[in-house]
Write a protein that binds this ligand. Structure first.
Ligand code: NAD
Length: 354
């Protein structure tokens, strides 16, 4: 990982696969196939300095190239997420290639379980997008390295995001509470929906958007519903992305009218080097995504470590402390907070190496 600011660099996937693996310092890129059941899986293990690798297994109807890209990018983020929140694990991510809306046979899920088991604990996983808790149970008939039974990690994530928003509002706007603070939440799923409920209890003024109208309808009496496009240009104190990644890009960054970006979505910036610099210059304080949403990984790790899930909620208390450290260093060095977050996580990994 000898890079200038440790931001993820998008590899040009057409080039040599061994080269692609090395661009961001990945340790392993593993391909699995079971012809009989139709299983095709790509697993990226980024860095195991802190411990065995962990990360979700998702299923998506994507090309082999996209599966490799997703696995590389998401496993990279996992390494830094575990490091920054002091979890003794490394980063990995698996992408199963296939249509998640089609019924999955027992044979298929067992083949997936066998693949995970064959790695002997080098990959500790849980189900992510496209795979359900029901699927996890069947996969678990073949491997002890899948974890998913202790409630919804989105709830723990949302509590961590709330603590992060409060700290960021305190830092940027000098407010001790969120009363009347305007917050635009994009995506009302497990994380975003829970976050809105928590923000309403704080008497914040909420704006919401979701591509699923049934989700926005639920909040239409207590929040202002805006379109999926309007959410970017909404004049507000905080924009909280809680849906898909890469939503801050060349097209959307020009529209922003918020003072803070702080939300639960992973990989919020399309180009982490360029867009973090731009937000910094625009005076928008961006809470680094892999810090503010680290509650989810703490949740998952409770199960791996065999401790009660309440430890994860307690651990989210670290999020505001880490964010403060990041903002202070960012102010002192004039380096964007995301780049500072990478630096701090990298320092933690290097300390463990010594
Ligand atoms: P989810 O699938 O429960 O919810 C996502 C919501 O976003 C859905 O309601 C969907 O309709 C909506 N959505 C999708 N595209 C959208 C768009 N373009 N504009 C507006 N809304 C859109 O997912 P989740 O578990 O709530 O996760 C949300 C985000 O948080 C993801 O980026 C995920 O990677 C990240 N995250 C989740 C966890 C967790 O524990 N669940 C932990 C860390 C990070």
């Amino acid at each position: 990982m000898k890079k200038q600011n440790f931001c993820y660099v998008e590899p040009k996937i057409k080039t040599n696969l061994f080269e692609i693996q090395q661009i961001n310092g990945h340790e392993k890129l593993i391909f699995g196939e079971d012809k009989k059941s139709g299983l095709k899986i790509v697993l990226a293990i980024h860095n195991t300095t802190l411990g065995p690798s962990t990360g979700g297994t998702r299923m998506a109807f994507v090309s082999e190239e996209t599966a490799v890209e997703e696995a590389l990018r998401l496993s990279y983020a996992m390494t830094f997420k575990c490091a920054i929140i002091d979890e003794p694990f490394g980063g990995s991510k698996a992408v199963v290639i296939g249509d998640p809306s089609m019924p999955k046979s027992k044979e298929f899920l067992h083949a997936l379980g066998d693949f995970i088991e064959s790695l002997g604990g080098a990959f500790l996983t849980g189900v992510d997008m496209g795979l359900s808790l029901e699927d996890a149970k069947i996969i678990g008939e073949r491997t002890k390295y899948i974890f998913n039974s202790k409630g919804c990690s989105g709830v723990t994530t949302a509590h961590g995001v709330l603590k992060g928003i409060k700290e960021t509002v305190r830092y940027k706007l000098g407010r001790d509470n969120l009363k009347n603070t305007s917050i635009a939440v994009q995506g009302l799923g497990n994380v975003g929906g829970t976050l809105v409920d928590l923000l309403l209890a704080e008497e914040a003024k909420i704006l919401v958007s979701d591509i699923d109208p049934s989700k926005t309808k639920k909040y239409s009496k207590v929040a202002t519903v805006v379109s999926n496009d309007q959410i970017y240009s909404a004049e507000c104190d905080v924009f909280a992305p809680c849906a898909v990644g890469e939503i801050i890009n060349n097209k959307t960054i020009k529209k922003l009218r918020c003072k803070i970006i702080a939300g639960g979505a992973n990989n919020q910036l399309k180009d982490e080097t360029k867009h973090a610099e731009k937000l910094h210059k625009m005076g928008i304080l961006h809470a680094p995504d892999f810090v503010i949403n680290a509650g989810g990984v703490c949740h998952g790790m409770c199960e791996v470590k065999g401790v009660d899930i309440s430890h994860a909620m307690e651990k989210t208390d670290l999020i505001p402390c880490i964010l403060r450290e990041i903002y202070d260093r960012s102010k002192k060095t004039n380096i964007p907070p995301l780049h500072v977050a990478y630096e701090i996580a990298y320092e933690k990994i290097q300390t463990k190496k010594k």
